[in-house]
Write a protein that binds this ligand. Structure first.
Ligand SMILES: [Zn+2]
Length: 216
C-alpha cells in the first residue's frame, strides 16, 4: 500500500510517519529528504538542486517529480511508500496519480491530521527542553514538576524561533496550499481526516485502524 500523510507544522506528523513506517514496514518518502540525498550524491541534478536552494528559489515540480518517479520505479519500494510533505500542490498530486498508475501501484489512502491553529501555537510555544537531561515538556500540556523532572526549572529553555507570528504564517501557508489537495483526494474517496488534538498514541491507534482496514 502507498499512503500520503498531511498535517500542519506542529501536528506531530513526523512522529506519526515514523510510527507508521516501523509498524507497517513502509518506506518514508519526503521531498526534502530526496532533495538532500540527491545533493549529497553530487550528480548534475544534485548540483542543479543545490544552486536553486542556495538562491532561495523553489525546486521545480519537474525535478521533484523525477525524484519521485525514481522511487516508484524501484522494485524495493513497490507499494510500500508513505509520502510525507509530498505532494505539495495540486499539480504534484495529479502527476502522482499518473506515476503510480504507470508503475502499477496506487494510492491506498490519504491521512490528514487536523489541528487547530490555537492548539498548534500552544504546542510549539509551550515546548520546553531541559538543557541538562534532554527531557521535553510543554508548559500547557505536560508541565515539568518535581515528580517528572528532577533538574529544576532553571535548565528549561524554549526554542527561539518559536514565536507566534512565524507559527501563524507557517500554518496559513500550509492550509492555503494543502486544502485544494485534500479536496482533490476527497473527491477520489481516499481522504481520512483525523482529529489531531488527541494524544500521539491515540492518534496512532486511529491511523493503525485505518491502515489495517486497507489491508483486509
Ligand atoms: Zn532536566
Amino acid at each position: 500500500m502507498n499512503i500520503i500523510l498531511f498535517g500542519p507544522p506542529g501536528a506531530g506528523k513526523g512522529t506519526q510517519a515514523e510510527n507508521i513506517t516501523k509498524s507497517f514496514n513502509l518506506y518514508k518518502v519526503s521531498s526534502g529528504d530526496l532533495l538532500r540525498i540527491e545533493v549529497s550524491k553530487k550528480t548534475d541534478l544534485g548540483n542543479e538542486i543545490k544552486s536553486t536552494i542556495e538562491k532561495g528559489a523553489l525546486v521545480s515540480d519537474k525535478i521533484i517529480n523525477n525524484l519521485i518517479i525514481k522511487i516508484l520505479a524501484d522494485k524495493k519500494f513497490y507499494n510500500r511508500l508513505i509520502f510525507d510533505g509530498y505532494p505539495r500542490n495540486l499539480d504534484q498530486a495529479k502527476s502522482l496519480n499518473l506515476f503510480v498508475k504507470k508503475y502499477d501501484q496506487k494510492i491506498s489512502c490519504v491521512i490528514s491530521l487536523n489541528v487547530s491553529k490555537e492548539l498548534i501555537i500552544k504546542r510549539i510555544l509551550g515546548r520546553q527542553t531541559c538543557t541538562k537531561c534532554g527531557l521535553i515538556f510543554n508548559e500547557y500540556f505536560k508541565p515539568a514538576n518535581s515528580e517528572n523532572h528532577l533538574c529544576g526549572t532553571k535548565f528549561l529553555v524554549k526554542r527561539s524561533d518559536d514565536n507566534e507570528k512565524t507559527i501563524f504564517k507557517r500554518y496559513k501557508t500550509y492550509l492555503d496550499k494543502t486544502l485544494p489537495i485534500l479536496e482533490h483526494y476527497k473527491k477520489l474517496n481516499l481522504l481520512h481526516e483525523i482529529e489531531g488534538k488527541s494524544e500521539i498514541d491515540k492518534i496512532f491507534v486511529e491511523i493503525s485502524r485505518i491502515i489495517a482496514s486497507l489491508e483486509a
